[in-house]
Design a protein around this ligand. Structure first.
Ligand code: ZN
Length: 236
């Protein structure tokens, strides 16, 4: 009797282990990012394998997403600079000082596509949910003359926020299922309403890349060719 109960317990834990293998990616760090991301998706009421709308989550993170066009007091020159020659150098910004009601303002680069705005916004949301505090440099800057300073985080926090945000947008279990169904990175990107680059990033960090490669050899060859010609462009 006792033995069978023990056997049952063991069976359950083995099943759980097997389940984890399909719901969580390998590697302790990536499992933790995935668990936090799943928590965020749950919080947002996102369907298990569907797209996540970060704008709905931003409200819960007490972030106010402001349209760039609504910003007053920017000179025509500054506007031209931010949207013109410097447009490629920024994806989004957060004001380090909260509004009187506690909300923090986030501004997204309107020149970047909706998909890229989604990953930028997700990263900012994750900084809030993961309780990251801006690093010392930014705090010191903020103290000077009450000027609002750009927020800056520690490198490890940047990685955690970006990786968790990406996992929330493209969760491992659904990604794995779509790869097994033979879907291309482009199709998967459209499914989750993210960029193809973000899907490629997720395939690599969750170690689904070799599985993907075996199903799409021609596509992987073209990715490699493109990578070597634009080596310095960041995965976003
Ligand atoms: Zn960040």
């Amino acid at each position: 009797m006792v033995k069978s109960i023990g056997g049952l317990t063991l069976q359950v834990s083995l099943d759980r282990k097997r389940m984890d293998q399909f719901t969580l990616p390998p590697g302790e760090k990536w499992r933790q990012f995935e668990l936090n991301a799943l928590g965020l998706r749950d919080f947002a009421g996102a369907r298990l394998d569907g797209a996540l709308n970060p704008f709905a989550l931003a409200r819960f993170a007490n972030l106010l997403v402001v349209d760039f066009k609504q910003i007053e007091g920017l000179s025509a020159e500054a506007r031209e600079h931010l949207l013109g020659s410097a447009s490629r150098e920024w994806s989004g910004g957060a004001c380090s000082r909260a509004l009187p009601d506690g909300r923090k303002i986030i501004i997204l680069n309107p020149n970047h596509g909706r998909q890229r705005q989604h990953s930028t916004l997700m990263e900012e949301i994750c900084h809030v949910f993961l309780g990251h505090t801006p690093n010392r440099l930014a705090i010191v800057t903020e103290g000077k003359g009450g000027k609002s300073a750009a927020r800056d985080y520690q490198k490890a926090d940047e990685e955690a926020a970006y990786a968790t945000g990406a996992a929330a947008l493209v969760p491992f279990s659904a990604l794995r299922r779509l790869v097994l169904l033979g879907r291309s990175a482009g199709e998967i990107a459209r499914h989750f309403r993210v960029s193809r680059q973000l899907v490629l990033y997720r395939l690599k960090v969750t170690r689904l890349w070799s599985l993907y490669k075996s199903a799409h050899p021609a596509e992987v060859r073209s990715v490699k060719k493109k990578r070597s010609s634009e080596r310095d462009s960041r995965l976003q």
